[in-house]
Design a binder for this molecule. Structure first.
Ligand SMILES: Cc1cc2nc3c(=O)[nH]c(=O)nc-3n(C[C@H](O)[C@H](O)[C@H](O)COP(=O)(O)O)c2cc1C
Length: 198
């Protein structure tokens, strides 16, 4: 997993759909609150739909970068060199739109409460990113907020809300990665020994 990195420039080289579907099957094995599995993964490969998503995402991100993000946020993003242009949303062969299912619906239309939706969908997405990486694919975890446009474009019902937008593909040849590091194990792992342990 140490070799997984977020990629922001993709090759248009096609990706077998089966790889994506198998990674989504892995995501579906994740634990979830009361096993409610409050997730949906919509795979978008249609160029016209990818374009629609790009244009809507760029409209939101333009607002974010030019008006909505406070200076501290822009400063935190500066090392990544990102801006409102999101060409990768058209270039990557597939986009996976992850939806959280806020509540279930019975056949009669009654609402069933879902528990720990964010935690559950976050864990499932972690499984997804890991599985895609093991399959040799690169991903970008993208959040062009507010993401209400994704439910509209993907035709999802009112109980489904976009959680993340994940372009998937192979990295563009020669693309570079931000020079970042991860915290050391000693800095993130705190072991509390049992009183009797030596
Ligand atoms: C919840 C979440 C939202 C993110 N949103 C964006 C985004 O909108 N645009 C982007 O370029 N990167 C986004 N990232 C990617 C992070 O910048 C990236 O994971 C981080 O810099 C660490 O780099 P690595 O994934 O290569 O380890 C997001 C990551 C997470 C987990």
């Amino acid at each position: 997993m140490r070799t997984r990195r977020t990629v922001r420039e993709f090759s248009p080289e096609p990706v077998p759909l089966e790889l994506i579907e198998r990674a989504i099957a892995v995501a579906g094995t994740a634990p979830s609150g009361a096993n409610q599995q409050p997730w949906r993964f919509v795979v978008v490969g249609d160029p016209a739909v990818k374009r629609e998503i790009r244009l809507a995402a760029e409209a939101e991100e333009r607002e974010n970068y030019e008006r909505r993000f406070p200076p501290e946020w822009l400063a935190a993003l500066a090392p990544f060199g990102t801006d409102w242009h999101k060409e990768f949303l058209e270039v990557a062969p597939y986009l996976i739109v992850v939806f959280r299912i806020d509540y279930g619906l019975s056949a009669e239309g009654g609402k069933q409460k879902h528990y720990y939706v964010n935690e559950s969908v976050g864990i499932a997405t972690g499984f997804l990113l890991a599985a895609l990486h093991v399959a040799g694919l690169a991903t970008l975890t993208h959040t062009p907020n507010p993401m209400g446009f994704l439910a509209k474009i993907c035709g999802r019902p009112a109980n489904e809300r976009a959680f993340l937008l994940i372009p998937v593909g192979y990295p563009r040849a020669g693309t570079t990665l931000p020079d970042i590091s991860k915290k050391k194990k000693e800095d993130i792992c705190l072991v509390l020994e049992s009183p009797g342990a030596q």
